[in-house]
Design a protein around this ligand. Sequence first.
Ligand code: 5RP
Length: 229
Amino acid sequence: MTTTNPLSQDQLKTLVGQAALEYVVPGEIVGVGTGSTVNKFIDALATMKDRIRGAVSSSVASTQRLQALGIPLFDANEVDALAVYIDGADEIDGKGYMVKGGGAALTREKIVAALAKQFVCIADDSKLVESLGNFPLPVEVIPMAAGQIQRRFADMGGAATLRQKDGQPLVTDNGQHILDVRGLSITDPLAFESTVNQWPGVVTVGVFAHQKAHVCLLGTAQGVRTLSF
Ligand code: 5RP
């Protein structure tokens, strides 16, 4: 009888963070996402920092970690294109469509992802879903529009609440607020993203369908599984 020795979620994140190094192109600038899984990637990236030009970061938190490790940083406006963008996800489906923004960095993540030829998602296997919508959907909004956006989601059957931090509405790196929407079933991610994106006051919706993943490195008890979309 074989016994299984499942890795912890933290170990799975380390595994995929390290595996993502294979997608970093030597001599180039890499796009870097945000979150606990990306932190593992940043730590791994430090081992090859002398072989890359640097990174474009998607958040203040990632910028600070990259800086602390001595990885040169570039502003998104300094680059025309990136070979690869590496980021985590809160949910990813079988087509590479994702929900992101659990760490409130979705807007800059989408901006940096849009510069990249390839989006490599790194995630532990708890993030793989049949369809999107179980994880509360993050939406970055202009504060004065929050009420009307909440009502629009209610009309769709979703309950949108303002994300809090220390008893106050969370303020993003861009000075805006986050709504987390529960109760949605996102059956057509491309159409959903397009619809919500054009509501007045929406900065970014956390569905990444137009900027979907091309590859997902999924951490499993059996090792890293590579999904291509
Ligand atoms: C941050 C994100 C993250 O990629 C997402 O929340 C996953 O984070 P983690 O790796 O900590 O589970 O979208 O805005």
